[in-house]
Design a protein around this ligand. Structure first.
Ligand SMILES: *Cc1c(COP(=O)(O)O)cnc(C)c1O
Length: 358
């Protein structure tokens, strides 16, 4: 606290990210990073920037403020127009611009009671009124509950931290009935078995889809996120971006993320491996008496039949395995476990057996 602060800073409640430990050799399954390295083509493209080999690719110079090379790669990948694409410094930054530029209205926006905990933080920062809609008893988003007057709707698909996904058809039903406000679908985890609604952005001018290269493209360290929607929605985001930071993406981020989108084979291969590991881990946890919510993400949300979530998280941590626990109503019994490499998953299961003495 300081008397030099702007007034509103005193009441800010910031987001608390998962721990990034400074010690090596931990089995790190707490922040949904990908266990596989990024595409070798992405790494090679970034090396070229540093080697100063490309035309005008010099770190001495500012990057392209519009990140055209990256927007073109994304537009190719999803078969949309370049003017339908917005990019930012991680999808967290993209989401911040979305809350400020598309969701700040007199009516409250709607999002689930159990969801990405950054949403209420943006509402606090930008003074966006909101109303939380409870998940069902099975931890599903019930879209019928969102059919009420609102200033906008946002939810992740699959939802976080549950991993439970909605079908594209169910989302289209909501879009048919909710025409007067923006519907934002946060597809941070869509590539692990969900169905993207990006194609629906051509049909519904109020649909905005956000994604990230942090999870399915193994580039959490690069900080690149994106949004796809009608050009009018994108223009609002560009206006905010150009009033905030003209160069949110550096040269490495622009070419690295573009090369990752162009390397479809590597992407399919690594996402496939993560999904296979997930199915195996689910079976192993069920055998240890965990109830696991059906996941279409690169993490699972699981509750043990007798041991609490805090206890399991602490006991794992003492044995150098880190997972995420949320001390909130309804989900305090759960742990969220990122799908790791086969070796990491095996270490997790072995450690759980020790803790549960089975
Ligand atoms: C990880 C995550 C993000 C943020 O991704 P970045 O691009 O790394 O900022 C956004 N939404 C959800 C639901 C996430 O889990």
């Amino acid at each position: 606290m300081s008397r030099y602060w702007s007034d509103f800073v005193h009441s800010l409640v910031p987001y608390v990210p998962g721990e990034q430990p400074k010690i090596a050799n931990l089995v790190k399954l707490n922040t949904n990073e990908n266990p596989y390295p990024p595409s070798p083509k992405a790494v090679a493209a970034m090396r070229l920037v540093l080697a100063n080999k490309g035309v005008g690719d010099e770190m001495r110079l500012y990057p392209d403020p519009n990140s055209d090379v990256l927007k073109e790669a994304i537009a190719r990948f999803y078969q949309v127009e370049k003017k339908q694409v917005f990019v930012g410094n991680g999808s967290d930054e993209v989401l911040a611009h979305v809350f400020f530029g598309l969701l700040k209205h007199p009516l409250p926006i709607l999002f689930p009671d159990i969801t990405y905990s950054f949403y209420p933080v943006y509402c606090g920062l930008y003074k966006v009124p909101f109303k939380q809609i409870p998940l069902t008893d099975r931890f599903e988003i019930d879209l019928q509950q969102y059919e009420q007057p609102n200033g906008g709707i946002i939810f992740p698909n699959p939802n976080a931290p549950t991993g439970v996904a909605l079908s594209a058809k169910a989302i289209e039903e909501l879009l048919k009935r909710n025409r007067d406000s923006v519907v934002v679908v946060d597809e941070a985890y869509i590539d692990f078995g969900g169905e993207t609604v990006i194609p629906l952005t051509k049909k519904y001018p109020n649909l905005l889809v956000t994604q990230t290269v942090s999870k399915s493209r193994s580039l959490a360290g690069l900080r690149v996120g994106l949004a796809v929607g009608h050009p009018d929605l994108i223009e609002a985001l560009e206006r905010i971006k150009n009033s905030f930071n003209s160069y949110p993406l550096g040269r490495m981020a622009i070419v690295g993320a573009a090369a990752a989108f162009d390397d479809q084979d590597y992407f399919n291969d690594t996402c496939g491996k993560v999904m296979e590991s997930r199915e195996e881990l689910v079976k192993q946890l069920q055998a240890l008496s965990f109830h696991v919510l059906p996941s279409a993400a690169n993490f699972i949300f699981a509750r043990h039949s007798t041991q609490g979530g805090q206890h399991i998280t602490t006991a794992l941590r003492e044995r150098a395995v880190i997972v995420r626990h949320f001390n909130s109503p309804r989900i305090a019994d759960f742990v969220r476990i990122t799908i790791g490499s086969p070796e990491q998953n095996a270490a997790l299961v072995e450690t759980l057996k020790q803790i549960l003495s089975v």
